[in-house]
Design a protein around this ligand. Structure first.
Ligand code: BMA
Length: 334
């Protein structure tokens, strides 16, 4: 295990300590439960010499700072995962070379392409989960790492077609738990969030429906966002939701609380969206009108939360909230 990683022991589980996360106070006059970083976007589309765009990317506490897995589409428009490091969570040093996975199993069909990664610390290592391809069809890729240098590719979690795989950050009643969104091979005009369980992160079952679209802003499809955040009132889940307008898809995001022991049961789900495209960098880009949340850093002692989201499939942005306020907002707006 990487000895540089600061850790605490609690109830037999090793947890990573959270360094000081990026933060900006709620602007005067703002009454929204979540607000944007003033200096968005934090990562421009041309952050790498080869990048067409850098967006939908995940950050996590690592060492005395942060590590990230970034989605960068190159100038042939292939999608790749890149690793990056940061001291403050704002300014990132991203490796221009895509991540190359290693595997001990010569039979494992190699990782083909990658997008929309999430990163999750469970027990003793980080897991990366992303939309991979298998024989050119999208499904859920999985890998683990301890140092963000060597990534060990695991078996894909599901058959095609599936996207938006998100792991819970601890076992629940002894089982690993994943949210996912069965899809098609294209731009998928449908989508519900399902929950699956596994004893070993290899064999998945106990599939349960969690939520379907309900409100107009999410009427076409929904998918899980960042790793769910454990609160006394349930798992706080941010999810994206898509409306199909006369001008194409509009990606917003909302919030819900899931039962702590049986996370396929929804405790409360806010009716209004939490954030919708409303700034020029969210309206204008490769895919207009997209806000796509992928990672959340939480500082438990301050109740602060920083959300990394992709904007317009072009850049990486940040938004902030107080976790307890968000929980209250979900309940008050359910
Ligand atoms: C989804 C994914 C996301 C993307 C979104 C909007 O299907 O491809 O990566 O942000 O569409 O284009």
């Amino acid at each position: 295990m990487d000895q540089t990683m600061p850790k605490t022991e609690s109830a037999g589980k090793t947890q990573i300590q959270m360094p000081k996360i990026p933060w900006q106070d709620r602007p005067a006059g703002c009454v929204d439960p979540m607000w944007r970083y003033e200096a968005n976007p934090i990562i421009p589309r041309d952050a790498l010499p080869t990048s067409h765009g850098v967006f939908n990317s995940a950050a996590v506490a690592f060492g005395n700072g942060f590590a990230g897995v970034f989605r960068a589409d190159d100038k042939t428009r292939r999608q790749h995962l890149h690793v990056g490091f940061s001291k403050d969570g704002l300014s990132w040093d991203i490796n221009p070379e895509p991540i190359r996975m290693v595997s001990d199993d010569p039979d494992l069909p190699p990782h083909e392409m990658g997008y929309d990664p999430r990163v999750c610390w469970i027990e003793d290592r980080y897991y990366v989960i992303w939309c991979d391809l298998y024989e050119k069809c999208p499904t859920i890729g999985l890998a683990w790492t301890r140092d963000f240098r060597r990534f060990h590719q695991m078996e894909r979690a599901f058959l095609p077609f599936n996207r938006n795989g998100v792991l819970f950050p601890r076992r629940i009643n002894g089982m690993y738990v994943m949210l996912s969104r069965p899809s098609d091979g294209g731009h998928t005009a449908f989508g519900d969030i399902y929950c699956s369980r596994s004893p070993d992160l290899r064999y998945w079952g106990d599939h349960r429906l969690v939520m379907k679209p309900q409100q107009p802003w999410e009427t076409t499809k929904i998918g899980a966002g960042p790793v769910p955040i454990e609160t006394p009132e349930g798992w706080l889940l941010l999810h994206h939701g898509v409306l199909c307008s006369c001008n194409g898809f509009v990606y917003s995001f909302g919030a819900a609380l899931l039962d702590l022991d049986e996370p396929w049961k929804v405790v409360a789900r806010a009716k209004p969206y939490l954030m919708t495209p409303a700034r020029s960098y969210e309206h204008v880009g490769d895919v207009p009108n997209v806000v796509f949340p992928v990672a959340a850093l939480v500082e438990p002692h301050t109740d602060r939360m920083a959300v990394y989201y992709g904007a317009a499939d072009t850049v990486v942005c940040l938004a902030f909230a107080h976790v307890s306020e968000l929980v209250d907002w979900v309940k008050a707006n359910a």
